[in-house]
Structures are given as C-alpha cells and as structure tokens.
Write a protein that binds this ligand. Structure first.
Ligand SMILES: [Zn+2]
Ligand SMILES: [Zn+2]
Ligand SMILES: [Zn+2]
Ligand SMILES: [Zn+2]
Ligand SMILES: [Zn+2]
Length: 348
C-alpha cells in the first residue's frame, strides 16, 4: 500500500489525494536538520558507544530542553524500560559518582534523573524514548508517535515527533543514529510508490519502470481494445517512439523539476562561513525529491521522503561531507553545480 510520507511534510505525490493536482504543484519541501554538535555524536566514536547507551542523560544546562520532575509518561509502554536498570553514575554531578560498582537503581526511583518534555507535552527520559522508538522501528514503523495517554483519559496522544526531535531527546548515540537512519531509509524506500492519474480513464496508475516515461494503462487498453499509452511527464497521450526517459514527442513536454533546478535563484546559508552562492533548490541525491534549505543552521538537510541526510552545498551524504569538512565550513569540493538530472530512487 502506498501512503503519504507524513502528515507534517508536504507530500509531492499523494496517492490517496489528487495525483494530477499534486503533479502540477511540483511541491518543494523546506527542510532542515538540527545540527548542533551535541545532537549528533561523531560516528567514529564507537569505543564509548556501550557506555553511552547506559549513561545517556540530558545536560541540565541545555536551555533548549524543558525539564520536568514528574514521572516519565511513556516508560510503561516500553516493556523493557520498566526493568531498565542502569548504573547511577551521574555524568554531570561529579560528587555523586559512585564508580562502576556503584548502587543500581531503576530510572524512576532516581530523583536526579532528568525528564524532558516532548513537543506534545509528555515527559520522557533518553532511555524510555530510545526504547519506544526502537520498538516502533522493529515493527516496521518509521513515523514516531507518542504512546502516552492524554491527561485523565484512555485516549492515546499519538502526536507525531520528528526524527530530529527523537534524536535529540533520546540522546541517540552514534551507533543508534546509524541504526535509526538506515532502518528509516529502508522502510521508506520499501513503501515508496508513485501514482499518477491516467489522462484517459483518470484511474491511478503506478509506474513500474521509473526510468521510462511511456506508461501503459491497462484499463484504457481493455476498454478501447487497443494499447493505450500516456506520458508520465506531460500526462498526454504518448506521442513518438518509446521508451524514453527525458520527454515524449508532444510539444512542450519538459521536466518541470529539472527546469526548477536549472532556473532557481541562488541562496546563502548565513551561518556557514565563506560560502559561495548555492542554488536554492536541490534534488535529494538519494530519492530525487526537490528540497529547499530553510537557511537556518548548518549545511545539511534531512529529506522528508527518504529520510536520508545530505549536504545541501556539495550534495554528498552528510557523513561523507563531514569526513573532509564540518557543519559550518565550506565543503572540500566547494559548491556542487546545478543538477542536470533528477536522481531516481533505487528501491531494493
Ligand atoms: Zn504525547
Ligand atoms: Zn487509463
Ligand atoms: Zn510528454
Ligand atoms: Zn530523499
Ligand atoms: Zn558538503
């Protein structure tokens, strides 16, 4: 089944909506990835991964978090979180350090364990949030929703949390981030499908070969008793020889996404030092969705469709860019030129 990407992100192709309308809008998604160094542990930092998973805590000095003293609202939904014991070394209060042999307590017994509020208002700890979201991924769900009950009711909150929010409030380690991001990308790719409305019968047709614009409609072909083919790009009856990936023979059949990429103005990213002008629209190097940077923060953005993060400037995936650059410095290869082809998502 095909589903919209998420309720919060503008979906370019909504299978349940009007594909024609979606097709004509050529939505561009504004995106950005939170990027403070504290939010993304260095991926090479594997030595300390084990330790970090046990000791994950919020930084009490982090003014971007809202701390609360009440109990965690989601731990009872994560069966393992209830029994989750951990060493009570407090990374932020040296006088409390008991060493690795120190007393063990459960999370909710420890009055010093900081709980933070999610955007929906429910309280979590790094451990309970990690356990809950991991369990969702294990069940094949990459949209993170709050399992807590609304105050005084038996109704679930169901608020959707972004991955950026989860990454930050679950204090995901480098290994966890890698697991989350790879799983999310694989799940999104498996669900991905494109539908358009056949100009003959207006039923939704899925394209089997994403590199071929010449699409056969089985409904029209059955009704008219002859092969009916239409153009996936201009949505008119196919003209000329096929298969083709660039255009059909109809006048004015052009790829609007490519024209946007070629003709968009340049933009600047104020927080990135000494950046040369950069095209304001980029196609995601993984799935081809058109994206615009919201101009805040670092160079990287997280694609709302495939969930893969990439550098808006050099168009490499974020880990590759970071090997020779950093969040707020120019990329080692400079600004990638305007894209002249839309990358197509390779679904396995
Ligand atoms: Zn909630
Ligand atoms: Zn048709
Ligand atoms: Zn065409
Ligand atoms: Zn993408
Ligand atoms: Zn880069």
């Amino acid at each position: 089944m095909c589903k919209p990407w998420s309720s919060s992100a503008p979906a370019v192709w909504l299978c349940s909506g009007n594909p024609l309308e979606a097709q004509q809008n050529h939505s561009i998604t504004f995106a950005h990835t939170l990027c403070a160094a504290s939010e993304r542990a260095e991926r090479s930092d594997s030595m300390t991964t084990q330790r970090q998973e046990q000791d994950k805590r919020y930084d009490p000095a982090d003014s971007t978090l809202k701390f609360v003293t009440r109990q965690d609202d989601i731990s009872k939904f994560t069966h393992c979180a209830a029994e989750m014991n951990y060493s009570s070394i407090n990374l932020f209060s040296p006088q409390r350090q008991l060493g690795s042999q120190g007393a063990r307590r459960t999370l909710d017994d420890d009055p010093d364990t900081l709980r933070a509020e999610m955007s929906c208002g429910h309280a979590v700890t790094p451990q309970s949030l990690t356990a809950w979201c991991r369990s969702l991924l294990d069940q094949g769900q990459y949209v993170f929703r709050c399992p807590a009950l609304k105050d005084g009711t038996v109704q679930k909150c169901e608020a959707q949390w972004s991955y950026q929010e989860v990454r930050k409030l679950a204090v995901l380690t480098a290994a966890e981030q890698q697991h989350f991001e790879e799983t999310m990308a694989a799940l999104a790719a498996a669900e991905y499908c494109e539908f358009k409305s056949c100009p003959g019968c207006h039923t939704c047709v899925e394209r089997e070969d994403i590199s071929n614009l010449n699409v056969h409609c089985t409904v029209c072909s059955a009704v008219t008793a002859q092969a009916f083919e239409f153009c996936w790009q201009c949505l008119r009856v196919w003209k000329g020889p096929g298969p083709r990936s660039d255009r059909c023979g109809n006048d004015g059949c052009t790829n609007k996404d490519l024209e946007l990429l070629k003709g968009c103005p340049t933009t600047s990213l104020p927080q990135v030092q000494n950046l040369d002008p950069c095209p304001s629209i980029r196609a995601c190097p993984t799935c081809g969705l058109l994206l615009e940077h919201d101009r805040t923060g670092c160079k990287n953005i997280l694609c709302s469709r495939c969930q893969v993060e990439f550098c808006f400037v050099c168009l490499r995936l974020t880990p590759a860019c970071l090997q020779t650059s950093s969040y707020f410095l120019p990329c080692s290869d400079g600004v990638a030129p305007r894209q002249e082809a839309i990358p197509s998502w390779k679904r396995s």
